[in-house]
Design a protein around this ligand. Sequence first.
Ligand code: PRT
Ligand code: MG
Length: 210
Amino acid sequence: MSLRIALSKGRIFDDTMPLLAAADIHPAESPETSRKLILPSTCGKVEFLIVRASDVATYVQHGGADLGVVGKDVLLEHGGEGLIEPLDLGIAACKLMVCGPANLDLSNTKRLRIATKYTACARSHFAASARQVEIIKLYGSMELAPLTGLADAIVDVVDTGNTLRANGLEALEHVADSTARLVVNRVSMKISHELIAPIVERLRAAVEER
Ligand code: PRT
Ligand code: MG
């Protein structure tokens, strides 16, 4: 029996590979050059599922994958049901922020329109301070929303802030810090404990050594 690990292409895959290498797990192909969505590992005991970043938690929750690597931002939005989160991998660090034009007053009593793909996080962030907001769901290029008048502000992930600056926006309020987490399907953790536990421990050691 082999374990399935769900990962997204790009920064999560790139930053997870050195950690998995320390656990002696190596993909037999690169997701950047292969069109395969299931990549075998060289040892044959693990396979990698290449999914959208926002789908990793869903795959692991429903047992489509046993393990996954996913940003805390995605986990907060997903809710974490059916998942164990044994390890903070410390990679893909970023902040979930409320962003908008520098002169925007977020404490204004008027009902703010917030464009985001993080609708649950945005809703609870504003509800916690009893502010009324209208949430507009978007799937990408959030920065366009305040520029076009679609929304007053956005809730999005910020790393360097370069994307905000290039579009004349600023980070205005902190919502949450995020780093990528190892997640494990609750049932897999029980059934395949002998396979999964050593991987978790070797990843933990690799994270601590960095
Ligand atoms: O592309 P897709 O819609 O499938 O999902 P995604 O864009 O969320 O995936 P991906 O691979 O870009 O991000 C995966 C995870 O990496 C996210 O869930 C975060 O946990 C984490 N992460 C870390 C980031 C960033 N840094 C980041 N900078 N995710 C996205 N960004 C975006 C940011 O929103 C901005 O638009 O990258 C752009 C550049 O950021 P700046 O601030 O450096 O300019
Ligand atoms: Mg992306």
